[in-house]
Design a protein around this ligand. Structure first.
Ligand code: TXA
Ligand code: MG
Length: 346
């Protein structure tokens, strides 16, 4: 199947293109779409056969549930058993935006969407393209990130093409996604609510509105039980480039060995904090200078990882960003991308 690529305006998306995409989705098609976080791979959420095609295209395990995207609160309510006061409060404050709620599902949501589980993930996205598309559709859209399962999420249409060309019907190309990291996921089925995936909306932003259970002080929630998974995609190795990735701070004893390897011709990429850091200027050492502010770093992280991954490197080394709350989502994704062992160094 040839994948159509439709350039579309990110701020005032052309109605004709939105209608075209909505028609395709109504007929059970798969369309990759920009959101304010990452590109999503959308299907009609209430058509099980269409949703099944998402799992096939991504190579995603059927047990890993999808986020359902809705135009507003009113569209969310029929998909859940009950719309609690905390959902009302958070939706009022943060929707449309990068915040996903987990709530007990209603019978309207097909099993294939929730992986057979009792809850559903709901998000009302802010990006004008998916927002306009939801309006043109008049039905909810199931959409995971538009990448092959376990690979890096796409923040540009080119990344989607690389992973899913010829496996999906169309891509709406509106350029880069502003946040660059996936939405914050909050589990509203427990009290206090729990953040299952850190994202653009941090615990500090949520706390004035609702009590939030504390997360581990540093790093990602790696100690996820194997079965049943609270958030199945929250496996330690996820969002990963194909090139092995390590934190430089985790490998102090290996670092001089790595530099020796570079001298011998091994190809290594560095994700450096800022541009001040000095590394030897060698053709086989590729340095990406990353922004020093968390939101700007987040916005370009996946693009840099895609870039380094395409460069045919032996290893990607990451300078660890600060261990502060505003960097939590970045740390979470970097840790998931990290390899557990250094090839040739074990
Ligand atoms: O920003 C985002 O959230 C993007 C855009 C496209 O909206 N979507 C996204 O979807 O990141 P995905 O499928 O790549 O990640 C969703 C995560 C997965 O880890 C999945 O396991 C979890 O949400 N999830 C989905 N439904 C769930 C549920 N009912 N309970 C717990 N976790 C759930
Ligand atoms: Mg994903």
């Amino acid at each position: 199947m040839a994948t159509h690529i439709w350039p579309i305006d990110a701020i005032q998306p052309e109605m004709k293109l939105l209608k075209q995409a909505a028609d395709l989705l109504r007929l059970g098609g798969l369309v990759a779409i920009p959101t304010e976080t990452v590109y999503g791979l959308a299907a009609h959420a209430l058509q099980p056969e269409a949703v099944l095609r998402i799992f096939e295209a991504k190579g995603r395990p059927a047990t890993n549930p999808l986020i359902v995207h809705v135009i507003d609160q009113a569209a969310a309510r029929p998909l859940v058993q009950d719309w609690p006061a905390i959902a009302e409060t958070l939706a009022k404050q943060f929707w449309p935006g990068p915040l996903t709620f987990i709530l007990p599902r209603s019978s309207m949501v097909p099993d294939v969407v929730t992986g057979g589980g009792p809850t559903v993930a709901l998000r009302c996205p802010a990006h004008p393209v998916i927002h306009g598309l939801l309006r043109a559709c008049g039905f909810p859209l199931a959409a995971p990130s538009a990448n092959r399962s376990t690979r890096i999420s796409p923040t540009r249409a080119e990344h989607v093409v690389k992973d899913l060309d010829d496996r999906i019907d169309a891509i709406l190309d509106a350029g880069p996604c502003p946040y660059g990291l996936e939405s914050t996921i909050v589990d509203l089925t427990c009290t206090p609510v729990r953040i299952l995936r850190p994202g653009p909306i941090g615990a500090e932003a949520l706390k004035p509105w609702i009590p939030v259970a504390p997360m581990a002080k540093h790093g990602p929630t790696l100690s996820v039980p194997r079965t049943p998974l609270r958030s199945p995609g929250m496996m330690p190795r996820h969002y990963a480039p194909q090139t092995p990735l390590i934190f430089i701070s985790d490998a102090p004893t290996n670092w001089s060995k790595i530099l020796e390897d570079v001298q011998r011709g091994r190809r290594i990429g560095i994700l450096a904090m800022g541009s001040e850091t000095t590394y030897p200027k060698l053709p086989n050492l590729i340095i990406e200078s990353m922004p020093m502010e968390a939101p700007r770093y987040a916005a370009c992280l996946y693009d840099c990882l895609h870039h380094l991954d395409a460069a045919g490197l032996d290893l990607i080394c990451v300078e660890s960003p600060p261990q502060t709350e505003e960097w939590r989502a970045v740390h979470d994704r970097l840790s998931r991308a990290a390899a557990t062992e250094i090839p040739g160094q074990t």
